[in-house]
Structure formats: structure tokens, C-alpha cells
Ligand binder design. Structure first.
Ligand SMILES: Cc1cc2nc3c(=O)[nH]c(=O)nc-3n(C[C@H](O)[C@H](O)[C@H](O)COP(=O)(O)OP(=O)(O)OC[C@H]3O[C@@H](n4cnc5c(N)ncnc54)[C@H](O)[C@@H]3O)c2cc1C
Length: 319
């Protein structure tokens, strides 16, 4: 039986739990014991999803205490000999993962977006050379298999309830200066397209239509996103690129305007609930995965829709 440790980032609980999907892909549904490390000591929401939840005895570590948390991972590994250690590639996870790998003298594959196996070898896919290539990294022997995983790249659907056992451990104290919380400020409105439930996304066929896309996004309380071609042409910033070398998104509604639907783009929208594509070519690959296909130019679609919405807002203000 394999054993897998998942680091729970308290600020990204859902992304952290989704990492169980990787364990399932690597080892099969019932062939691993799932351990969670909750440095914050929170266990109510995750206890029924893991076999064991490890929490520090009598204290709570903030997730930015990367050095101490990495040390906790080392101590737990020495005790339970994990086959794999999975860490979400969130802000804090990115600080913790390399420190833990150093302590364990283990290799770390960062920013993983897909996982497979070849016999006993675990294969991890990650963007390389600023996203221009995808690298597949194999872990043949030794271990543990360590990876940080791009948020939303995996989705864990299995919801068999477990009677997670709490395992308390003594968190190591810090030698030397650490990170201290000086002040906490409220989170500003997020501009991260991954947080948005509605995305209006433009590609090469909609290069001239980004201003109208902004207007539509505002009216639908969504955000504008883009294909890599639109980014490479300088029409959109890299921070809103969707896809394998951009962001993996899971909005409720994804409107793809003038996007052909390359494999690299589609890899970023696998988890979108509802896809509408607007394209002059009804045979564009993205159409085969769309719930609605609009065969039109993106400009005419946007103008028509904006007129309708803005017109009805004038007739029914506040409605
Ligand atoms: C390693 C690697 C990583 C990559 N990562 C990504 C990634 O993360 N994200 C990404 O998006 N791409 C990525 N790419 C690039 C990808 O292969 C495609 O080149 C890119 O997605 C194409 O962008 P596009 O759909 O906007 O453009 P095109 O493929 O040129 O498609 C334009 C579409 O617009 C339609 N069209 C034209 N005029 C109009 C109009 N007036 N109105 C409506 N429709 C119109 C056309 O019919 C066509 O379907 C990557 C490539 C590599 C090699």
C-alpha cells in the first residue's frame, strides 16, 4: 500500500484536496493511504477525505512559515515514509516545496499540470522554457515523488467518506529569523482570471474586439481572458493567458471569441462548465467541445449582445 502526503494550504483548501486526484492517477483508487498535513491545525473540513490528518500539537502554524512547515514535512516523512508528497503551487506552497525537497534530498518537479505512469515510473508534465515547451519528467526510483501542482490542473471527484484519524506531532521550533506577520490588510478585489465565474476570452480572430469584450465582461461580472496568440501579439497581458502554458481556469461560463481551440488552449478550459464559442469557422476544433456554437464574426456577436444587454438595462434599470 502506497502512502501520499498532501500539504493543505488553508487559503486554498479546494485546490489542496484536488491533489488527491494525482494519487489516484498514480496508484489507483484504493491502493494508497492519504495523509494530509494541516499546519494550521484545521481538520474539520478535510478529515472525512483523508485517512490521516497530521496537525501540530497545541499550536497552529501560519502557512507563510515556510521553513518550519518544510521541517514538519521532513519529520513526518521520516516517520511515515511517504511514497509521494504533493504540494499545491500556491504562493505559500511555492515557498514550502523547495525547502522540503532540500531537507529530504529529494528531486522536486514544480508546477505540474498532468501526471501519468509508465509501469512503475511516475511521469509528470510541466511547462518549460517560459511555457514554450512542455517537459515530461520521470521518477523511476528512490523518492519520495515530490511535486508542486498548478492550482485547478486536477479535480478530485471521488467523495467516499473516510474516518480520518488525527495524528498530532510536535512542530519543530525555528532556528534563526523566520517570517513575522506585521500587519494584515483586507484582500483587494482579485484580478486573477482563475477566480472568475465568467470569462470572455479572445483569440487571434478577435484581436480588434478586446475593448467590447471588456464591456461585456463588466456587464456579466466576469473578466477578459486570452489565447496565447492574442498575448504574443501584444493585445493582452500574459497574466490572462489561458492554457497549458498559461492559467488553468474553471469558470461556470467561458465565451471563446475567435479562438480555434488548439490542444494547448483547451488544456486550460477542461473544467469550464459551459462553453460558448463564436467563430467564423463552425469546424474549428473548439466547436466540438462547446455547448453553443455561434457562427459569426466576434465583432458582430459582441455588438449585437452588448446592444441587447445595454438596451434592456435602460428599459429595466437595476434589473
Ligand atoms: C508548448 C506550447 C504551449 C502553448 N501554450 C498555449 C497556451 O497556454 N494557450 C494558448 O492559447 N495557446 C498555447 N499555445 C499556442 C497554440 O498552439 C495555438 O497557436 C494558439 O492557441 C492559437 O491561438 P488562437 O486560437 O487565438 O489562434 P488561431 O489558431 O489562429 O485561431 C483563430 C480562430 O479565429 C477564427 N476567426 C478568424 N477571424 C474571426 C472573426 N472575425 N470572428 C470570429 N472568429 C474568427 C478562426 O476561424 C480560428 O478558428 C502553445 C503552443 C505551444 C507549442
Amino acid at each position: 500500500m502506497k502512502s501520499v502526503l498532501v500539504y493543505i494550504d488553508e487559503d486554498a483548501l479546494a485546490y489542496s484536496v484536488d491533489l488527491l486526484e494525482i494519487a489516484r492517477l498514480m496508484y489507483g483508487k484504493r491502493a494508497f493511504k492519504a495523509y494530509a498535513l494541516s499546519a494550521a491545525g484545521e481538520h474539520a473540513e478535510i478529515q472525512s477525505l483523508f485517512d490521516y490528518v497530521c496537525i501540530p500539537r497545541k499550536e497552529s502554524l501560519a502557512n507563510f512559515e515556510a521553513a518550519r512547515i518544510a521541517h514538519c514535512i521532513e519529520l513526518l516523512h521520516r516517520e511515515y515514509s511517504f511514497d509521494a508528497i504533493l504540494i499545491p503551487a500556491t504562493h505559500c506552497g511555492r515557498m514550502i516545496a523547495p525547502r522540503a525537497a532540500m531537507r529530504l534530498r529529494a528531486g522536486l518537479v514544480a508546477d505540474v499540470t498532468a501526471v501519468g505512469t509508465d509501469g512503475d515510473e511516475v511521469l509528470m508534465v510541466r511547462p518549460a522554457f517560459s511555457g514554450r515547451m512542455l517537459a515530461t519528467v520521470g521518477c523511476r526510483e528512490g523518492g519520495p515523488v515530490m511535486m508542486s501542482v498548478r492550482p485547478r490542473a486536477f479535480s478530485y471527484q471521488e467523495r467516499t467518506l473516510k474516518a480520518g484519524t488525527l495524528l498530532e506531532f510536535n512542530a519543530p521550533s525555528l532556528n534563526g529569523p523566520g517570517i513575522r506577520l506585521i500587519e494584515r490588510r483586507g484582500k483587494a478585489e482579485s484580478h486573477d482570471i482563475r477566480e472568475s465565474e465568467v470569462l470572455i476570452s479572445g483569440g487571434d480572430g478577435a484581436i480588434r474586439d478586446f475593448p467590447q469584450m471588456e464591456r461585456l465582461a463588466q456587464l456579466l461580472h466576469g473578466r477578459v481572458a486570452a489565447s496565447r496568440k492574442a498575448v504574443d501579439k501584444g493585445t493582452a497581458p500574459r497574466s490572462i493567458q489561458v492554457g497549458q502554458s498559461g492559467k488553468i481556469v474553471s469558470p461556470r461560463l467561458y465565451i471563446a471569441l475567435g479562438i480555434s481551440g488548439s490542444a494547448q488552449h483547451v488544456a486550460g478550459i477542461r473544467n469550464a462548465e459551459y462553453v460558448i464559442s463564436v467563430n467564423t469557422d463552425r469546424h474549428a476544433p473548439i466547436c466540438s467541445m462547446s455547448d453553443i456554437i455561434v457562427e459569426a464574426t466576434s465583432g458582430s456577436f459582441l455588438n449585437g449582445l452588448l446592444q441587447k444587454i445595454e438596451g434592456s438595462n435602460q428599459e429595466h434599470p437595476g434589473g
